[in-house]
Design a protein around this ligand. Structure first.
Ligand code: PRP
Ligand code: ZN
Length: 301
């Protein structure tokens, strides 16, 4: 396991020691999402030179690019104040950190997978078999819970080839698109853990750092909320306005403006991504026309 930076390198005192220090995955599945999130929060972190430590231009934030597996420990030990990590890694490392916020990206699952053709067809078939994984703690706990007696073989990478080279009978690894399993002729048997990117924090932040974190969180929540909602504009026949308002609660209630054309109003509102298609269907049934759906950039309620 190659470390990108050791603790001493990070802990060197800097002139702006009051900055909030955040750890972000250096490369891998969470890198792009983490950088986009900071950008959408209006925090400018240009890392064109592939540096390991970058000071944000317009927010009191110092960004450290680290290996994902190291982030929970660094947050626990106050080497950094906060970090963006996968729930999978955070749970496996079992460090004393505070889970501050789910971030709605990097969704994947930790699953037990078996060879497509072979004698193992169920969890019970794993009895006395060997399972290769980089998540020994989570797998061991899961097997215990399911009362399956199997050997957990810890390997740090390329877990998916273990069955083919005779190293294990099954694997327990992250699945996102499923293409890695597919190309290795493996199939998912059971989900051990659902995971997404989370913001974790050291448990003993100073009051000053806590205030900075709250400022960052305020922005993160505004970005998340905006992504989960859409702005909707439509024309509604006045006699159906009540039904349409019922469908569109908006932030308080929808804005309704009379149109030049008699008997019609323009309605503006916000709907959640989850209800989206149901609401649209209801609007159509009630005679809404010219429906425009507009993405929201930030949403502060
Ligand atoms: C995981 C996992 C698989 C792959 C699955 O590795 O080990 O190789 O992703 O993704 P898929 O279902 O989309 O094919 P990851 O990229 O997290 O790298 P790491 O284990 O080295 O951190
Ligand atoms: Zn990793």
């Amino acid at each position: 396991m190659k470390k990108y930076m050791n603790k001493k390198m990070i802990n060197t005192p800097s002139a702006d020691g009051g900055n909030l220090k955040i750890a972000v995955q250096k490369k891998g599945r969470l890198y792009d999402g983490s950088m986009s999130l900071l950008k959408e929060c209006g925090i400018d972190v240009s890392n064109g030179n592939n540096q390991l430590r970058v000071q944000a231009a317009n927010f009191p934030l110092e960004v450290f690019f680290l290996r994902d597996d190291d982030i929970p420990e660094y947050v626990q030990d106050a080497v950094v104040d906060i970090g963006i990590a996968g729930e999978n890694v955070t749970a496996e490392k079992n460090k004393k950190v505070e889970l501050v916020e789910k971030l709605d990206f990097g969704k994947c699952r930790l699953s037990i997978a078996i060879p497509k053709s072979g004698s193992i067809r169920s969890m019970a078939d794993l009895e006395n078999k060997k399972i290769a994984t980089s998540y020994p703690l989570l797998l061991t706990n899961y097997l215990k819970e399911k009362k399956i007696n199997a050997t957990v073989q810890e390997i740090s990478g390329s877990v998916e080839i273990a069955p083919r080279i005779g190293l294990a009978d099954a694997i327990c690894d992250l699945v996102s698109s499923g293409s890695t399993l597919f190309s290795n002729e493996l199939t998912e048997l059971e989900t051990v853990l659902r995971s997404e990117a989370v913001l974790i924090s050291n448990k003993n932040l100073s009051a000053e750092k806590r205030t900075q974190l709250d400022k960052l969180l305020f922005r993160i929540r505004a970005v998340k909320k905006a992504k989960n909602n859409k702005y909707v504009l439509l024309n509604a026949p006045n006699e159906k306005l009540n039904e349409i308002i019922q469908l569109l609660p908006g932030m308080k209630s929808p804005t309704i403006l009379p149109l030049a054309e008699p008997g019609w109003s323009s309605v503006h509102s916000v709907i959640s991504e989850n209800d989206f298609w149901n609401v649209i269907e209801g609007l159509k049934i009630n005679g809404a026309q010219g429906i425009l759906i507009v993405p929201i950039e930030k949403m502060i309620v």
